[in-house]
Design a binder for this molecule. Sequence first.
Ligand SMILES: NC(=O)c1ccc[n+]([C@@H]2O[C@H](COP(=O)([O-])OP(=O)(O)OC[C@H]3O[C@@H](n4cnc5c(N)ncnc54)[C@H](OP(=O)(O)O)[C@@H]3O)[C@@H](O)[C@H]2O)c1
Length: 255
Amino acid sequence: MRGKRIIITGASSGIGYELLKQLRNDNKIFAVSRNIEKIEESENVKAFSCDVSVAENVDRLFEEALVFLGRIDVFFANAGFAYYEKIENPDWKHNLKIFETNVLSVLYSLQKLKEIKRGSEFTFIITASAMSYLAVPGYALYASTKFALKGFADAYRHELEKGQNLCLVYPVATLTEFFNTAHANEIPWPRQTADVVAKKIIKAVSRGKINIYPCFIFSIGLILNKIFPIFKLYHFIEGKKYKRKIENNLNLSTI
Ligand SMILES: NC(=O)c1ccc[n+]([C@@H]2O[C@H](COP(=O)([O-])OP(=O)(O)OC[C@H]3O[C@@H](n4cnc5c(N)ncnc54)[C@H](OP(=O)(O)O)[C@@H]3O)[C@@H](O)[C@H]2O)c1
């Protein structure tokens, strides 16, 4: 990926930060997150502090990005977070908060980019998750946001013009701040580092892939699952672990 004008959300940490690091030398980048102290600015990189869960902020993001970049070729919709929890009480705000960041902001940004580009080429990459296929116990709300992204993309791709690419990335557990933010006391298996995930995303996007599986084991698992229900087995094991944690009242998020 060279000479592109790129927006990356969630650029202050984890996968987004690694994407920024690996792309910054050859591209012009508008790097977005709420905390921007960690993002080193340069002639080619502008940091923009923004909570992307609010529509007006996303409007402003596009305005400022266009001033800095001149045009937008690539948008990485990567900002997101999880709750690891036991859902005890109906809580509209709690549900809304995660959907606003992980889903509504992503869909709105894609719709805005399509409107701005008026039929011309762009690539929009969404960091979905392996949990778009396999919902891990304790992550019910998070998994539902990632399932929603996949459902939207599967249908919406048919509304795009030639040269407009919508890519979804399905990372497995990645060693970032993600699990601390979720208040999870354990990281599921298999695991990858953020630099490997970012490298695989860039390579796959450059090759024109639209479904990106950074972990080889997971992509094999998806195929095997069609023959033998290994995801059911995974659920069974993870479900037992989760119940044990609840019984022992172990470190479940109560945000
Ligand atoms: N780590 C994993 O195991 C894993 C697996 C599959 C998919 N994913 C997905 O990968 C993406 C990146 O996560 P990560 O693992 O790199 O986690 P991370 O290290 O926690 O990074 C999350 C990034 O999103 C930003 N962010 C969160 N809420 C935001 C908001 N409302 N507005 C603007 N920026 C916001 C954070 O910055 P600020 O807090 O400064 O705003 C941070 O830069 C997420 O969509 C996540 O769901 C992660």
